[in-house]
Design a binder for this molecule. Structure first.
Ligand code: AMP
Ligand code: TRP
Length: 332
């Protein structure tokens, strides 16, 4: 049996990278797999979150997922902290994973920087909670962006070590699903940096909630280089900003990079940018409108998440029982 699990942090605005790198693929997957999608608020608090903002962003994220086309009746859509099994399994995994494994995680090294002594213990243990998210449902496939591959390998290592320590095949080894043309959408201001929720400049990213004018303005102001618009993939070498904009364009149209580049060959950068803005508005506009509608109806969104949490808890409970039994906890 194939089961999909993926998570996304409610730690800021949803942006185009989240959409093209993650959510859009999730929408496609729901037709072929049993899917569980989680808003990982417990991951979010590994760095400081303002409580009121966290709650608001969790609702906003859920609205974004529903607006993007994830059917909450067909899939399990829920909030991590509403299902205690995640924290329960994460503790067991804290005792399975090794300090050395976690010390090698590039995301931790990047986020901690020179400040290693002063970041939260949660930030260090983050990949164990992520492994628990996936394995508490015995999920087999995990759609993520390129940046999460290392964490997924850690989840496989944890599953394997648990199985071999206890001599029992409790967990499957989950596979990453890296899908789509734009698996890594870069900042509009710096083609070497990933588009991210935490970038201090709002001009670095396209938010799912940006209206058409804001979107067009951000694209117009996006950094480019002084050379003409590249026409072949070879010309993209050492031109990260041009490569990023063309990659986004291809992904929005659902075309290959070559096909998208052929279509805009000969245009000036300015004309290409206006085509790109049109493409972005036609994809994001309808999602935007639906998000605005759902924002007016927080009761509906909260109800969807509560039912999702109940479904998730029911799936996770037998796995926790099996794990507790396996490790030798005295059961009531
Ligand atoms: P995060 O915003 O880090 O919680 O990521 C949520 C999902 O979006 C994960 O699957 C990420 O891999 C994906 N993602 C985040 N930023 C980008 C980006 N700039 N390009 C592509 N995918 C991304
Ligand atoms: N760490 C992921 C990110 O920042 C979010 C996440 C948490 C996740 N748990 C997960 C992704 C489980 C996939 C599966 O993008």
């Amino acid at each position: 049996m194939n089961r999909i699990f993926s998570g996304i942090q409610p730690s800021g605005n949803l942006h185009l990278g989240n959409y093209l790198g993650a959510m859009r693929n999730w929408v496609d997957l729901q037709h072929d797999y049993e899917c569980i999608f989680c808003m990982v608020d417990m991951h979010a608090i590994t760095v400081w979150q303002d409580p009121a903002a966290l709650r608001a962003q969790t609702r906003e994220l859920a609205a974004g997922m529903i607006a993007a086309g994830i059917d909450p009746e067909k899939n399990v859509l829920f909030v991590q902290s509403q299902v205690p099994a995640h924290a329960e399994l994460a503790w067991v995994f804290n005792c399975v994973a090794r300090m050395g494994w976690l010390s090698r995680m590039t995301q931790f090294k990047e986020k901690a920087g020179k400040n290693k002594e002063n970041v939260s213990v949660g930030l260090f243990a983050y990949p164990c909670l992520m492994a628990a998210d996936i394995l508490v449902y015995k999920a087999t496939h995990v759609p993520v962006g390129e940046d999460q591959k290392q964490h997924l390998e850690l989840a496989r290592d944890v599953a394997q070590k648990f199985n071999s320590d206890y001599g029992k095949d409790v967990f499957p080894l989950p596979e990453p699903l890296i899908l789509g043309a734009a698996t890594r959408v870069m900042s509009l201001r710096d083609g070497a940096k990933k588009m991210s929720k935490s970038d201090p400049s709002d001009y670095a990213r396209i938010n799912m909630s940006d209206d058409a004018d804001t979107l067009a303005l951000k694209i117009r102001k996006a950094k480019t280089d002084p050379l003409p618009l590249p026409e072949t993939a070879e010309e993209l070498v050492d031109r990260p900003e041009a490569a990023n904009l063309l990659g986004i364009y291809a992904a929005l149209l659902g075309k290959s990079l070559d096909a998208a580049m052929a279509e805009v060959a000969g245009l000036s950068f300015a004309d290409f940018k206006s085509r790109l803005a049109d493409a972005a508005v036609s994809v994001l506009g309808p999602i935007n409108a639906e998000m605005a509608r759902l924002r007016q109806d927080p009761g509906y969104v909260d109800g969807v998440l509560k039912r999702g949490g109940e479904k998730a808890a029911a799936l996770a409970r037998p796995v926790i029982d099996e794990v507790y039994e396996t490790v030798g906890f005295l059961r009531p």
